[in-house]
Design a protein around this ligand. Structure first.
Ligand code: MF3
Ligand code: CO
Length: 264
């Protein structure tokens, strides 16, 4: 197990910037999500916004198992858990749920965040799925306290999700993030209290529950990227990059006012 990087003042300042950009892009996409739009439309809006804010997509060209991710955003609809590839063929319909995942490089640092949004009115079951998943993220973040352990985050997320009859995806995990997209530690969304690495001040952690309405099992589609729930049930994903401090966790992926940002 390699050590969890601790960011110094300069690294933290740069993380703040990268994370604010990632969050601003994500926020910018939210109002565009409506029936009739394609996931490729959202990709292009995301790609352009990342460029306007002077950053680079950390997803585009990202290599995994000998493949390069072909888009600037990850957009996962309904049973797609994560890493959905945007497509002009994928037209959003009322009742869909859409997970948007934005990861950017800026000045040598990475900001990572995601959320799932409804397309128009959605079923009560999906409403509950989104609510519980977002609550699980908040509860996980609350555990990112100096002196706690990583397993405290994992446990809080799992406990909340399962108490509502949903399941946490086990094939993918949250992670440290900083000078690269994935740093130690791995942050599973299931686990036991009091286990794993001790949390110290200056860690930057991407906490990201992926929650299935049905069973937690997943599979990857033949495109090599898109992860779907094996049982076809809907899936939600909420993610923040969080800085640990002596006075508690601080969410870094908070959007800036877009108008101010774009005109500067
Ligand atoms: N937030 C995702 C992750 O942490 C982003 C992956 S980018 C992709 O794994 F290129 F792999 F799609
Ligand atoms: Co992530």
């Amino acid at each position: 197990m390699s050590a969890i990087p601790i960011k110094n003042k300069d690294g933290i300042a740069k993380m703040r910037e990268a994370c604010a950009i990632a969050a601003t892009v994500l926020e910018h996409l939210k109002p565009l999500v409506r029936p009739g739009i394609t996931t490729q439309d959202l990709e292009e809006a995301g790609r352009d916004m990342i460029a306007r804010l002077g950053a680079r997509s950390a997803c585009f060209g990202y290599q995994h198992s000998g493949r390069r991710y072909p888009a600037h955003t990850c957009i996962s609809v309904n049973d797609e858990v994560v890493h959905g590839i945007p497509s002009f063929k994928r037209i959003l319909r009322e009742g869909d749920i859409v997970s948007l995942d934005i990861v950017v490089w800026h000045n040598g640092y990475v900001g990572d965040n995601a959320f799932t949004v409804p397309v128009g009115p959605i079923s009560p079951a999906n409403e509950k799925l989104l609510r519980v998943s977002l609550e699980a993220l908040s509860l996980g973040i609350k555990q990112a306290q100096v002196g706690n352990r990583i397993g405290d985050i994992s446990h809080a997320i799992q406990q909340h999700v399962e108490s509502h009859g949903f399941s946490v995806v086990r094939d993918m995990v949250g992670h440290g993030v900083g000078a690269s997209m994935h740093e130690p530690p791995e942050i599973a969304n299931f686990g036991r209290k009091g286990t794993g690495d001790k949390i110290k001040a200056g860690m930057t952690l991407a906490i990201e529950p992926m929650v299935n309405l049905g069973h937690y099992k997943t599979k990857t589609l033949s495109d090599g990227w898109t992860v779907v729930s094996a049982d076809g049930s809907p899936s939600a994903h909420f993610e923040h990059t969080v800085l640990t401090t002596e006075s508690g966790p601080e969410i870094l992926t908070i959007p800036r006012r877009i108008s101010a940002q774009v005109s500067s």
